[in-house]
Design a protein around this ligand. Structure first.
Ligand SMILES: Cc1ncc(COP(=O)(O)O)c(C=O)c1O
Length: 395
């Protein structure tokens, strides 16, 4: 049996999304920036997609800038806004320490250019509290960036409150909402988001397309220059099939949101309850309550996460030890370290991220497989499972 439980890394393309994209891959191939009739017809399709996306996300249509990924969107927003608006009074950037590398590395580049950079610390539950922002923010801050949902532990930040605090200091607020779709209802204007970024492949859309939201009126320096597309914010021929796919995937995700959330929560809770009953010494990393219902990040203690991952892979089950980006560089997770995991437990974790195609049968198979895997690996681990941690859940 094949079981895919790595939906935070990427998701399967919805066949309805593919059907919506197909005409734009085959017959409707003109460039939407061309002046001829074919091009202009596709320009209308592009703008229709932009409108639909803005409406679903409660954002202004003109602020939607299509990109090739959320990585690109984060780079455009963080570097483009900071570089265009720096003054001697406002030259400080605040980012949460749990951000995706696309935000952390962009902010680090700014620090190399002389910007002051500071980090907002997460609490032990994996959440950036408003008191932490209140403590760190001052009138020198230009931009604050806090993700809506963490990609490793699925914890949710109160971005509306964080945006409000940010604005009191005359600063601007960005949120990476990549992992929040469709778990959170996004109403950008109401929530006070000046900027946000997302990526279609995280919600059953195509790879290679994302967007940056830049509230109209805010000055930004393009990071990719050329033909002046996307209001001069991002040059390059439009990936129209991708953009059509992004809009369609977003529409489906929010239309089917309530039944999806119910199903995925039922499966995730069943997975955790069963594992916790069947296997001793497990802990959930981060707050279980304030997290998206598709995520379960578990600390196994005394055995390597990599060994569990490989054993499960042989049984047809795909999971991850942290984010997909950190899986190849074998460094332990900075997210888990930041929320206080002891050094000896940092390499003993698995992220299960469920999606809309998972079934109860697959979860049952995973529980059975994991029980065998853990028993086998523990049987030759020199470290004893700490009996005290039995059935304890971090809240
Ligand atoms: C929170 C977060 N931000 C940004 C990204 C990068 O997205 P993309 O794959 O579109 O570059 C990811 C992908 O893992 C993510 O989880």
């Amino acid at each position: 049996m094949k079981v895919y439980l790595d939906n935070s890394a990427t998701t399967k393309l919805d066949s309805r999304v593919f059907a919506a994209m197909k005409p734009y891959l085959l017959d409707k191939y003109a460039n939407p920036s061309s002046i001829h009739l074919e091009g202009q017809a596709l320009y209308l399709a592009l703008e229709k997609a932009r409108n639909e996306v803005a409406e679903i996300l409660g954002a202004q249509t003109r602020g939607i800038i299509f990109t090739a990924s959320a990585t690109e969107a984060n780079n455009l927003i963080i570097k483009g806004f900071a570089r265009a608006n720096r003054t001697s009074q406002k030259n400080k950037i605040l980012v949460s320490e749990l951000e995706h590398p696309a935000v952390l590395e962009a902010a680090r580049e700014l620090a190399d250019e002389g910007f002051e950079l500071d980090y907002l610390k997460a609490n032990k539950r994996g959440i950036i509290e408003s008191s932490e922002l209140e403590k760190k923010i001052d009138d020198k801050v230009l931009l604050v960036s806090v993700m809506a949902v963490n990609n490793e532990i699925g914890t949710i930040n109160d971005i509306t409150t964080l945006a409000k605090i940010t604005h009191k200091f005359g600063a601007y607020f960005h949120s990476d909402i990549v992992q929040a779709i469709p778990y959170l209802k996004i109403e950008a204007e109401k929530m006070g988001l000046d900027f946000f970024s997302l990526s279609a492949h995280k919600f059953n859309g195509p790879k290679g397309v994302g967007l940056a939201y830049i509230k109209p009126g805010l000055k930004i320096k393009a990071q990719i220059v050329g033909g002046g597309q996307e209001e001069n914010h991002r040059a390059g021929t439009h990936n129209l099939p991708g953009i059509i796919g992004l809009a369609e995937a977003l529409k489906i995700a929010y239309k089917e949101r309530s039944s999806y959330l119910k199903n995925v929560r039922t499966l995730r809770d069943y997975l955790w309850r069963s594992l916790n009953k069947e296997i001793k010494g497990l802990k959930v990393n981060g707050c279980l309550k304030s997290r998206v219902p598709a995520n379960l990040n578990i600390m196994f203690g005394s055995i390597e996460g990599e060994a569990i991952l490989m054993d499960l892979a042989y049984k047809g089950i795909s999971v991850s030890t942290g984010s997909a980006c950190s899986a190849s560089n074998l460094k332990s997770s900075y997210v888990l370290r930041a929320i206080g995991l002891e050094a000896y437990n940092l390499n003993s974790n698995i992220r299960f991220s469920l999606g809309k195609y998972n079934t109860k049968k697959e979860i049952d198979y995973t529980i059975k497989a994991l029980k065998e895997t853990v028993a086998r690996l523990r049987s030759f681990s020199p470290v004893k499972t700490p009996a005290k941690s039995k059935s304890k859940t971090k809240k």
